[in-house]
Write a protein that binds this ligand. Structure first.
Ligand SMILES: [Zn+2]
Ligand SMILES: [Zn+2]
Length: 177
């Protein structure tokens, strides 16, 4: 059973930016959530042939980092993430584990040639953090339209869902914890 959540800032974002998100994340899971700077060796996860960063390699680094096993840890990065079978991923998590990683590289409008809209970027980041943490708590993808555990391939799909768990997922989470 997890006693706390730590959001590890390995991105170009200010910690203060993630503090606001951490409050919302803490409310979803009912756990104390803090933000701390992270030292990830991004170079070691870089794949030169793809020009992207292997998210699974970053998860491995997170697992090696010190910290209690009762604390979920999610790293936020700015770099573009991938797993070998996919073009990209917004994030990756250990199902029923302690580690997750999320990138906001593809969450901001300018990546898609659209006008910047910071509030939508932060909302998307919040949802993806909650989503990946949900996996670490043992939650699978959910088919409820508005549930944060619904899988998203495009930012438009992230925008359509809420930042919270549906009642089914809440019930599962309560059973798991
Ligand atoms: Zn997922
Ligand atoms: Zn759900």
């Amino acid at each position: 059973m997890a006693s706390a959540i730590n959001i590890l800032n390995a991105s170009t974002l200010e910690d203060e930016r993630l503090e606001g998100i951490s409050q919302a994340v803490g409310q979803v899971f009912g756990l104390r959530t803090s933000v701390t700077p992270a030292q990830l060796n991004l170079d070691r996860a870089f794949d030169a042939s793809r020009g992207q960063y292997n998210s699974t390699a970053l998860l491995a680094q997170l697992l090696q980092a010190s910290g209690g096993m009762d604390e979920k840890r999610i790293a936020v990065v700015s770099v573009d993430l991938f797993i070998p079978v996919l073009t990209f991923v917004f994030g990756e998590a250990q199902l029923n584990g302690i580690a997750a990683v999320v990138s906001f590289h593809r969450l901001a409008n300018p990546f898609y040639g659209m006008a910047p809209d910071d509030s939508s970027t932060w909302k998307r980041l919040e949802k993806e953090i909650v989503h990946e943490l949900g996996h670490t708590f043992g939650l699978y993808h959910c088919h409820q339209f508005e549930c944060v555990m619904r899988s998203s391939t495009y930012v438009e799909e992230i925008d359509l869902k809420l930042g919270s768990l549906c009642t089914d997922c809440q019930r599962k989470l309560a059973g798991i914890r």
